[in-house]
Design a protein around this ligand. Structure first.
Ligand SMILES: Nc1nc2c(ncn2[C@@H]2O[C@H](COP(=O)(O)OP(=O)(O)OP(=O)(O)O)[C@@H](O)[C@H]2O)c(=O)[nH]1
Ligand SMILES: [Mg+2]
Length: 332
């Protein structure tokens, strides 16, 4: 049963597909609502939205990196260029709840927020403050990214890299771009940790600072995964300056090239199916626990159901939820 104060999922889905901003906003609010009846409505909304774009269309881009590296500034610069080329863009900016500078430190005043000041219909920005990033990305971020992908050509997810975040953003995004800044301890630490294996593209921002930026880029270049270690991708390292607007075009060319690489080697569909399974399991477990997962076949059974149903992935999630609810004899 859908309660009166919740939207009709099919109607909302068709408005979102048409790119109606108010519908996108209310869809995102719905996905953010964890009450049982809202989750039912959310699952139907996602099922109505899935379809043609599922395996081969759109581009989900994760932008991550240490605090203050210039992620938001860089995303803003990229948005300008994407919009000039006529591509529509949705952005999810995820703020962790436990940022040191939110305690009142000096950095807070220095932060740039990505803003849409021009009332551009082809751009939608949603900031997700205070998410539980205790070592991870909140479960709602994944369906929210897909809702946005239903109506925008490009969806960017900005997260602050704190180790686990990079791993989880790589389970959402098709392409992960790591933003480093010159000569930062973060970059060096990062090189030493296994996390260097995760990004597809490295952008050393603040190249206007000169030699330090070039040095950091060279260090990352030496440590980035080699071509022979993974697939056929070359893990480019580029020097950019968000404030001077330099290197942006090259960075975007690498981002497009990675999208092309995934599509041409048939990796995109496989990657998305794998991501889908991981997040559906996470969503079901969050709502129903391990017992709920067992009711729909456990990890193996769920994986098989999802990989066997390549076009209606969210429909399968909706069906599994309904099955668990009926077994629990819960109604909402
Ligand atoms: N010199 C220089 N400063 C920059 C550049 N890009 C960003 N900054 C500055 O770096 C600071 C942080 O920029 P943000 O864009 O907020 O960085 P962020 O990575 O999004 O930060 P958080 O979201 O807080 O982690 C700001 O003071 C920016 O003005 C650049 O290309 N050159
Ligand atoms: Mg930011």
């Amino acid at each position: 049963m859908i309660l009166a104060n919740l939207p009709d999922p099919e109607q909302l889905a068709s408005r979102i597909r048409r790119g109606e901003r108010a519908a996108v906003a209310s869809g995102l609010n719905l996905l953010d609502n964890k009450r049982g009846e809202a989750r039912t409505c959310s699952a139907r909304l996602l099922a109505s939205l899935s379809g043609d774009r599922w395996l081969n269309e759109g581009h989900l881009i994760g932008v991550t990196g240490p605090p203050g590296a210039g992620k938001s500034s860089l995303v803003s610069a990229m948005i300008r260029a994407w919009r000039l080329s006529g591509r529509t863009v949705g952005v999810l900016a995820v703020d962790p709840s436990s940022r040191p500078e939110l305690g009142g430190g000096a950095l807070l005043g220095d932060r740039i927020r990505i803003k849409n000041t021009s009332h551009d219909e082809g751009l939608f920005i949603r900031s997700l403050a205070n998410r539980n990033q205790m070592g991870g990305v909140a479960t709602e971020v994944w369906p929210m990214s897909w809702l946005m992908l239903a109506c925008f050509d490009i969806v960017v997810i900005e997260t602050v890299g704190v180790g686990q975040t990079e791993i989880e953003i790589a389970e959402i995004a098709d392409t992960v771009c790591y933003v480093a800044q010159p000569a930062s301890g973060d970059a060096i630490q990062y090189l030493k940790s296994g996390i260097i294996e995760i990004p597809d593209i490295f952008a050393v921002n603040k190249s206007d600072l000169g030699a330090a930026a070039r040095k950091t880029a060279a260090e990352i270049g030496r440590s980035a995964p080699r071509q022979d270690r993974r697939e056929e991708w070359d893990y480019p390292v580029c020097l950019v300056s968000a404030t001077m607007n330099t290197g942006i075009k090259e960075l975007q060319e690498h981002i497009d090239r990675h999208r092309g690489f995934l599509a041409s080697s048939a990796l995109l569909g496989k990657l998305r199916v794998r991501h889908h399974s991981a997040w559906v399991i996470r969503l079901l477990k969050e709502e129903f626990g391990t017992f709920g997962l067992e009711l729909v076949g456990g990890l193996t059974g769920i994986g098989e159901r999802l990989s066997g149903n390549r076009s209606g992935q969210f429909q399968e999630y909706d069906l599994m939820r309904q099955h668990i609810l009926s077994r629990f004899k819960l109604s909402d």
